[in-house]
Design a protein around this ligand. Structure first.
Ligand code: B12
Length: 631
């Protein structure tokens, strides 16, 4: 039974794989019903062979603990390694069936689909034998060992085999007796049960070779975790936007080389990830801190040591200490080597205060330079900090008012590596125009690389047309600009960039005139806001026509000035951190009905994007075309 739990865990964490086993067959069926059988055979069969080989190899890596989470890159490697075996093993029975059918004696009078329903389990059995042998037994020089045929094993095998057939034949029965076609749904479960069969076999085989799993155990191992959190929208977002976590790179760079790492980058969490004796480093911001705490507590229960850090716990370390052994407030660069030393000596402190520190950037740079382009591209920052001190933002506190720059020579080297694979670069800076002199030097240097780039920036860059020209010439395609408030808003009184609100339109037009697109960000829910302000945002967008727009709800993030003033004024309504992702109104608004805003916000968010941005309008036209059957 415990082994079943693990198999369900692995398959549930890999539901994506089940979906991609299922889809080609559905497309195949659709094409054959449309009489495109030749096309289906020509395209879908090779695709299926490639996909299935990749899936079976990747699942074997999960069950052997070579990897604990799914990685797209492994899928390709495995598909390339095992497709010839899969072709051979499925091709032979296919040819046999085909030959007998042509001469008028189909085996056991079965059509090809039913025939395969019976022989798929043996095919999967042979595949796992081959994959395990090639991947682990041959490299480790291990002799062949048989799975002991116990009553439990035989019973499970038979049970799974019968269940598999039942799921396969169920829709035919339902169709005959109830005139209901459920084949598409049951076929998904059939795919699931086939993969279950495969993982069960592979697990049984690997249980005979403890050496295989042992080779992936390391005494000095750090688990790096960036929890998912934030509800369904963030779950879906992270499925499509697979970004690497810069924090992982920073930890790798500053940890002694005798440590190994396991990365959990925003994956749906599984019980079998918990283990003992590890050093677990978790990063979190406010809306995913609940998941971070849950994971931290369970790791500690299993006997691992947990350190937690990030922009949320930096300001609420005592809250985090209820779940973790140690909390890091601020940046890890200045404290991580000491943490490792203390961990090894068993003298880990409760709190570490990381000060903004320049010295370790060399190590991070070297780590990045040795990383693949897909990792580097998500950690290209030219500066940290921002010259403005907006009351709703945590950056001024996080960077302690300091503005730091990266070495331009280093950046160019990193960009050259990214350029081998990607031609569009995104800098994760808070504000690339914080220091105009540095920006000028940077843009001039970028010019020779012939790349396209985009980043976050404040609107005041429009005052510097020389720099705008240089930005454009260096490849700047778009700037993400936080306009936050509409004209007439009394938040203008906060000063800083908000003080420029009266000239936003004029400045935005200047930026666009220089051939740079604008991605516009707005915040709704400031004290002076009323629902009418939404129309002001809308009118503003009509005038400047941004490529993308986003409107989020004002959220008092711990660490921001706003957080402390809302607490002082006793305005906080909701202290569930899950709601602190910019999608929920968490404080009592003086001029708007809180529950009305909370209810209609998702609609506002979507409609605003669809009607105010060029990309949104394209999507809207597409939707309308589908509705009216044009497409
Ligand atoms: C890049 C970025 C993103 C990227 C993430 C890219 C990625 N690869 O993960 C994107 C665009 C996706 C993004 C989205 C969001 N972001 Co963002 N983002 C940033 C930004 C600009 C840089 C973060 C970064 O990677 N820095 C580089 C790395 C190395 O630094 P770091 O993560 O801060 O970690 C350092 C320290 O915090 C510390 N540390 C962090 N974790 C740990 C853990 C341990 C164990 C230790 C020892 C130390 C430690 O050491 C690190 C090295 O110095 C920051 C602003 C900032 N300057 O921090 C905002 C920021 C993190 N984002 C923020 C927010 C609010 C969001 C969103 C919720 C916005 C929204 N409404 O949608 C979403 C969340 C989406 C989601 N669920 O993933 C807020 C978080 C505030 C908060 N308390 O929650 C920040 C601080 C911006 C702000 N203005 O306040 N973001």
């Amino acid at each position: 039974m415990p082994s079943f739990k693990k198999i369900f865990g692995i398959l549930n964490a890999s539901l994506f794989l089940v979906i991609i086993t299922y889809l080609p067959d559905v497309i195949f069926a659709k094409l054959t019903t449309l009489h495109f059988t030749f096309l289906a055979v020509l395209i879908i069969i090779p695709l299926k062979i490639f996909i299935h080989s990749g899936i079976l190899g990747t699942l074997t890596e999960l069950i052997s603990h070579e990897h604990l989470t799914l990685r797209a890159s492994r899928f390709k490697v495995n598909a390339k390694a095992f497709w010839p075996y899969y072709l051979l093993i499925t091709g032979l029975p296919f040819l046999t069936h085909f030959t007998f059918t042509v001469i008028g004696h189909p085996p056991f009078n079965m059509d090809i689909y039913t025939f395969f329903a019976f022989i798929t389990p043996p095919i999967l059995f042979i595949m796992q034998t081959i994959i395990i042998k090639k991947k682990y037994l041959l490299p480790l020089n291990l002799p062949k060992r048989k799975i002991p045929i116990t009553a439990a094993f035989t019973g499970t095998m038979l049970g799974l085999f019968i269940l598999n057939l039942l799921i396969y034949f169920l829709p035919q029965y339902i169709n005959q007796h109830f005139n209901l076609d459920l084949s598409r749904i049951t076929y998904f479960f059939y795919c699931y049960s086939c993969l279950f069969f495969f993982v069960y076999f592979a697990d049984q085989t690997l249980n005979q070779y403890p050496e295989v799993r042992q080779q992936f155990q390391s005494e000095k191992e750090i688990y790096l975790i960036s929890p998912l959190g934030g509800g369904l929208i963030f779950h879906l977002g992270s499925l499509f936007m697979r970004l690497h976590t810069p924090f992982f790179v920073a930890v790798r760079a500053l940890t002694p080389k005798n440590y190994t790492f396991r990365e959990f980058n925003r994956v749906p969490w599984q019980e079998h990830y918990y283990t003992s004796g590890k050093l677990v480093a978790i990063t979190c911001f406010t809306s995913n801190c609940g998941d971070a705490y849950r994971i931290a507590r369970k790791f500690r229960k299993h006997g691992s040591t947990v350190i937690i850090g990030g922009p949320h716990v930096t300001y609420l370390p005592d809250e985090a200490l209820e779940y973790a052994d140690s909390v890091v407030c601020g940046e890890l660069e200045s404290v991580w080597p000491k943490i490792i030393e203390d961990y090894e000596q068993g003298t880990l402190q409760k709190k570490y205060i990381g000060t903004p520190d320049e010295n370790c950037h060399q190590l991070i740079y070297e780590e990045l330079l040795n990383s693949p382009p897909e990792v580097i591209k998500d950690f290209l920052e030219t500066s940290r900090g921002c010259k403005f001190k907006c009351h709703f933002c945590t950056v001024p506190a996080l960077s302690q008012g300091k503005l730091r720059h990266h070495n331009i020579g280093h950046l160019l080297e990193l960009i050259k590596k990214v350029k081998t694979k990607y031609n569009h670069i995104v800098f994760i800076d808070n504000n690339i125009y914080s220091d105009p002199a540095y920006a000028r030097e940077l843009f001039a240097a970028l010019k020779d690389l012939h790349i396209k780039w985009s980043t976050q920036c404040t609107i005041d860059i429009a005052k510097n047309t020389e720099l705008l020209n240089l930005a454009k010439k260096s490849g700047c395609r778009s700037l993400l600009i936080g306009f936050e408030i509409p004209e007439g808003s009394f938040e203008k009184g906060h000063g800083g960039k908000l003080a420029m609100v009266g000239r936003y339109k004029e400045y935005a037009k200047i930026i666009k005139k220089h051939g740079i697109k604008i991605k516009a960000q707005f915040i709704f829910g400031f004290e002076s806001d009323t629902f009418a302000h939404l129309f002001k945002f809308w009118k503003f967008c009509l005038a400047i026509r941004p490529t993308v727009t986003a409107i989020s709800i004002l959220t008092p993030f711990p660490g921001s000035q706003l957080y402390y003033t809302t607490i002082q004024k006793d305005q906080i309504l909701n202290l569930n951190w899950r709601n602190y992702g910019g999608q929920t109104l968490v404080y009592n608004h003086p001029r708007m009905n809180t529950s009305i805003l909370g209810t209609i916000y998702p609609a506002i968010h979507v409609l605003f994007f669809l009607t105010t941005s060029t990309k949104g309008l394209t999507v809207l036209l597409f939707i309308i075309a589908i509705i009216y059957g044009v497409i």
